[in-house]
Design a binder for this molecule. Sequence first.
Ligand SMILES: Nc1ncnc2c1ncn2[C@@H]1O[C@H](COP(=O)(O)OP(=O)(O)OP(=O)(O)O)[C@@H](O)[C@H]1O
Length: 431
Amino acid sequence: MSADDTGDPLIAVRDLDVAFGDLEAVSGVDVTLESGSFVGLVGPNGAGKTTVLRAIKGTVDPDGGTVRLDGDPIDGLSAREVGRRVASVPQDTGLAFDFRVRHVVEMGRTPHLGRFDGHGPEDVAAVDEAMAAAGVERFADRSIAEVSGGERQRVLLARALAQGTPALVLDEPTASLDVNHAVTTMDLVRDLVDDGRAAIAAIHDLDMAARYCDRVVVLAHGGVHADGPPAEVLDAGAVRGAFDAEPFVGRNPATGTPAVTAFPRSDADLRRLHVVGTGPDAARVVARLAAAGHEVSLGVVPEGDAAAVAATDADAPVVTVPPFAGVDAASRAAARELAAEADVALVVDGRDDDRDRDGGDHDETGRDSHGSGSHGLDSHGPEHDVSGVASAAERVVEVPADVDEDDLLEAVADASTNPIEAEPTGSTEPT
Ligand SMILES: Nc1ncnc2c1ncn2[C@@H]1O[C@H](COP(=O)(O)OP(=O)(O)OP(=O)(O)O)[C@@H](O)[C@H]1O
């Protein structure tokens, strides 16, 4: 969709370079904003998000590249002309003067006024509408210096709305807002975009960006790391590369959009791991191991099981059977094949729901523990592997349901580097 009859996008940033002294803040950045589109700019601290937004507003001079608004180079436009095309909600909401809230919102009309014009009925209506939309009417007569940080952020949103521009530029618009005002603000921006305006927003909350934006541009180290629809862009690889964290990207059950859970870097030696277990505990194990970058597989689990969902989200191979169907020989063989490829099999909880179905006769007290590291997890032979899957792997680690995240990672590292003597494979294989 184009911004106007010319077919030019509302905002086109091409090959943008901005340096502050010796520091190259952004380099070679391309970002486009079309009308009817909401673009989220995400990335770690210092990635260059604010710098890109400042270039779009014309408050920083590029060292290279171009910024065009409706096809016109921004450096050829007056501040007033820029103000009719782009309205902004800055990250720093501090205001130097002690204005009344309504007065601050009225400032949004400035680009539309002649030099000696007062506010006409159209301006008053735009201000009233903007204040209502941003929910700031209640404190219209208070001083901007006497409202809370979140209220001030909404006042600046109202000012930007009153400006009535086709494009909105927002720098972390929900940073100071409570959960209700955060979603109300994002809903409002989304509605404006659905009505034909456009918005570009720097957003730290990746789930929020995924939920509300049509496109996400991931900035990292001053460059564009990825650009596309949230479901394509916010995958584990992109998030890991850009943020230097260990992410698990699942799905928000309420919205169906990507839900990113980041863990701190563990710098683990990556392994091929097979998980045996079901339910939320096994799901947590799968998610954490996959986030660390291990190559994980799972099974056998019932279709739709929480662990199966986590494995699918992590792109991990998983062997499923229909719910309540029991483990058939073919599924067990398929899971054993995955386990056989693994460096380590992890049996979550050490109990196995298949026990009765398998007809296994296993001695819970007969644990042949071959010691445990500081992680406190038991490493042992396959005698607890009652479904007969984990025993196909060279090494087996029993993982308690409430395993601590660090203990889990440590146990995997220990099991990989210190071979654990297992009982001969097949000794407890069910018949
Ligand atoms: N006025 C300035 N003078 C010097 N360096 C600056 C200036 N503004 C930004 N920088 C530097 O440029 C880089 C990009 O900063 P920018 O504010 O654009 O990042 P950001 O992605 O918005 O970060 P954050 O998420 O922390 O808000 C950073 O290294 C920052 O320190």
